[in-house]
Design a protein around this ligand. Sequence first.
Ligand SMILES: [Ca+2]
Length: 262
Amino acid sequence: MDSLDIFLYVDGRQEKMASYCGDETPKPIMSNGPKLSIEFRGIYSSRTSRGFNISYSFVEDYAIASGKQLLEFPCAFVYNSSEARTGLVTSPNYPGLYPRDTECNYFFYGAKNERVHLHFNYFDVEGVVPCEAVSASDYVQISSQMIDLESRRYCGQIRDLRATSLNNFLRITFRSNDRLDGVGFSCNYIFLRDSEMYNASIIEASLNGGEEEMKRINFNELYLKLRLLHGCVIDDDKLTQCAFHQSHIIIEMFISIDNEPV
Ligand SMILES: [Ca+2]
C-alpha cells in the first residue's frame, strides 16, 4: 500500500510517529524539536489517487496563541489579570496533535484578592489515571504553587473539568512523553474576586435551573455576569458572540422570555 510516513527525533532516535494512507486528512502535526521528516512511498500508484498537499511553518511559540511567552524557558506562557481577565489557553498545537516529549507551563497571576477559575471545554490527554510515568501517561497538572509535586494529575478524556486556585496564582503544567499522541486541551480562564464568584455561581445555577429560575434574575445583571464569566457579547439585545454554546442557547431563550409583555 502507498503511504506517507512521519518521522520524529526523540532523544536522538528517529521514530515513526504516524503512517497515513486513504483519503482522510490527518490532524495537524508539530515536531518536538527542530527536525521532522516525511517519507512518501508511491510504489503502487493508482490512477485515482492524487497524492498530498502539505503546508508547513517553523514556529517557536508552540502554536499557543494566547499569553506572553517567556523566552528563557522552552515552553512557558504568562497570563496577567491586569492584561486580560478572561481568555483561552490551549495545549501546544491545538487542535492538532500535541508534540511528543514536551513540557509547557502556563502561569496565571491575579490581583491580590482574585482567584483563577478554569473551565476546560475540551480535554483529551493520552494516559491512564493516576497519570504517572509507570503507565506511560501524558498529563496535565493544576496547582496553586509554582513548585509542587503533590497536586493531582489529569489525563484521559474528561468532560467539563473545572478548577479554582487557592489564591491569586495558578499554574497549569502540560507534559507529554515520547510515545502516543493526543489532541490535548482547550480551557477558558477567568480571574474573579470571591464576591464576583458568588454571583457567578448563582448565574451558573440559573443556567442549569430552567425557565422559572431564569425569570427571577434581572437581565442586566445576567448580561454583565455572562460577559464576565463566558466572554459573551450582546448588541442591541441580541447575543452576537458567546464562548459557551450551551449558554448561548439558554440566554437566547431568556431574552425571548424577558421580552414578552407581562
Ligand atoms: Ca504520549
